[in-house]
Design a binder for this molecule. Structure first.
Ligand SMILES: Cc1cc2nc3c(=O)[nH]c(=O)nc-3n(C[C@H](O)[C@H](O)[C@H](O)COP(=O)(O)OP(=O)(O)OC[C@H]3O[C@@H](n4cnc5c(N)ncnc54)[C@H](O)[C@@H]3O)c2cc1C
Length: 323
């Protein structure tokens, strides 16, 4: 029997949303094929967090305890668990750590990794993996002829399931820590901005170049505060130093899928769109009625952010007060 293993990235004692999306898809495939869906965690989790893994279909939860992340050691854990449990697919969330781990795991297992997987299709016995190219203007379909397949999952591509009812049996494995490390992490220094978890935020307010002036930016911030949402930015806004790099959404930034994305003065270049097109509901404010962002917006407001944002803030405040 060939199983599927999903590496679960954990933040602040909880699996990140993208881990649950990856596990849900892995479990759907495992259920379809009558195989096991294993979730690999590297720290103990509370019961309600373990239940999220069960809801996402984990038949077994393999625990290998560690104090801190190290790429070589964590790659080795994934490799050892995949070998022991005879896994033909290894799903890894496409975070910075995930993209760090996947090629190393693939090299160790003498196989290939496929990054940014946004869809998985079946053609007879074959599994076809879909990945975006050129800012998602072209979709590539790949079949992997080597095993195991290392699948790096793109944020927001698959539903996070809570109804798959995996047994989620806990199994503890002792895997010796890799000591002969090529790189040793002595300290992790996190800027306040880097702690912003855009990937898991239900609402994101994005500041584009059209809203980054000293006059308009405070309004963008106020709107974000009213929602209790983080602010993200387009690349020019990051390049101008208005927001830190950790806030950038897009091809060379983060890939997000909030329930609500609000774009203020964002034109909608493909390099930005490829990072937020999986958002649930897209609201865009732009003074140019031909701005490309309107092509994928659920609601588009043609107007100056200086005028529109105060009105929007007022309305949201009223709704919140009456809720
Ligand atoms: C290799 C590469 C990678 C890239 N990676 C990324 C990436 O990861 N993320 C990213 O975002 N970009 C990225 N870019 C840059 C991308 O191509 C665009 O230049 C960028 O997304 C544009 O940002 P913007 O929409 O804020 O600015 P602009 O394109 O300048 O748009 C500003 C918009 O604001 C509107 N506007 C102006 N004033 C107002 C106002 N007062 N009220 C309302 N609307 C107003 C304008 O009509 C305009 O549509 C990348 C580019 C390259 C070449």
């Amino acid at each position: 029997m060939k199983n599927i293993l999903t590496y679960i990235e954990i933040k602040d004692g909880a699996p990140i949303k993208l881990s649950l999306e990856a596990l849900s898809k892995a479990s759907e495939i495992a259920i379809e094929k009558g195989n096991k869906s294993l979730a690999l965690i590297t720290e103990e989790l509370k019961d309600d967090e373990l239940n999220k893994l069960r809801g996402a279909g984990a038949s077994d939860i393999v625990v290998v305890k560690r104090d801190a992340y190290n790429m070589e050691d964590f790659s080795n854990i994934i490799v050892e668990v995949a070998r022991k449990y005879d896994c033909e697919d290894i799903f890894i969330p496409g975070t910075l750590d995930g993209k760090d781990l996947a090629p190393n795991v693939a090299a160790s297992l003498d196989t290939v990794s496929l990054t940014n997987v946004m869809d998985i299709k079946f053609e007879g016995e074959d599994i076809i993996f879909v990945t975006p190219s050129y800012g998602a203007t072209v979709l590539t379909e790949s079949k992997i002829n080597k095993a195991p397949r290392i699948i790096v999952v793109r944020a927001g591509s698959f539903d996070k399931r809570d109804d798959l009812k995996g047994a989620g049996n806990l199994v503890e494995e002792n895997i010796e820590e890799v000591k002969d490390l090529k790189a040793i992490i002595r300290d992790v220094v996190t800027s306040a901005a880097a702690e912003i978890n855009l990937e898991d935020a239900p609402v994101i307010v994005t500041c584009g170049r059209g809203a980054s002036s000293d006059e308009i930016f405070p309004l963008v911030k106020e709107l974000a505060d009213v929602f209790g949402a983080p602010i993200s930015g387009t690349r020019p806004v990051i390049d101008d130093g208005v927001l830190p790099k950790a806030s950038q959404i897009g091809q060379s930034g983060k890939i997000v899928s909030p329930a609500l994305y609000i774009g203020c003065g964002v034109s909608g270049a493909v390099q930005h769109i490829s990072g937020m097109e999986n958002s649930g509901f897209i609201l865009a404010i732009n003074k140019d009625e031909d701005a490309p962002i309107f092509n994928l917006s659920d609601v588009g407001i043609v107007g100056d952010c200086k005028v529109i944002l105060p009105l929007l803030i007022e309305e949201v405040k009223k709704i919140k007060a009456n809720a």
